[in-house]
Write a protein that binds this ligand. Structure first.
Ligand SMILES: [Mg+2]
Length: 189
């Protein structure tokens, strides 16, 4: 595939970037979008950015919920975004990693190349969707999101007001809302 045919993506962390989740969320009925997320993502999609969610779900390894629960939560998130944006299939694809080296469910208790801060989910999306990673961005609320994006060759935005997180992450940019992140991405194409 030639470079001119490849697409650009914004990789999006899920928990506390798109939805509020301070615990182990396995219940689709408890999915709450962060205010303003749907119209912001719609703006990016209309500017030809592919939108790809990349999420660590170590709660599967810790026995808090199942892979099916993760799929249900992702499905609910997708439905809410589609409803609120008016765009069907706003999120191009969800990638998530159920593994954690300190889990309690044996088959998931190991490190994995998909687990952020590793870049495996982004690299896989690059292959699956023809994403040009070095023209793409990652947006997340944790240093591991920034590290995963950097390892994949993407520009990075940390959504945070935590000085320790900002210092640890060393992102390309720091913002306090997803809307600010989108402004940066749309201005620096
Ligand atoms: Mg997060």
């Amino acid at each position: 595939m030639g470079r001119e045919q490849r697409c650009r993506a914004v990789f999006l962390d899920r928990d506390n970037t798109l939805i509020a989740n301070d615990g182990d969320l396995g219940d689709p009925d408890a999915v709450r979008l962060i205010d303003g997320v749907a119209p912001v993502l719609a703006r990016l999609a209309k500017a030809q950015w592919r939108l790809v969610v990349v999420s660590n779900q170590g709660g599967v390894a810790r026995g808090k919920f199942t892979e099916a629960d993760v799929e249900a939560v992702n499905g609910r998130l997708a439905d809410l975004l589609d409803e609120q944006s008016g765009i069907r299939g706003l999120i191009d694809r969800f990638y998530w990693c159920p593994f954690h080296p300190e889990g309690t469910v044996e088959r998931y208790c190991h490190e994995h190349p998909w687990r952020k801060p590793r870049s495996g989910m982004l690299v896989q999306a690059g292959r699956d969707l023809g994403v040009d990673l070095d023209r793409s961005w990652i947006v997340g609320d944790q240093p591991r999101d920034v590290a995963a994006g950097r390892a994949a060759g993407c520009a990075t935005i940390l959504v945070s007001i935590d000085p320790a997180a900002i210092e640890a992450a060393q992102p390309t940019d720091v913002v306090t809302t997803l809307a600010e992140a989108a402004e940066i991405i749309l201005c620096r194409r």
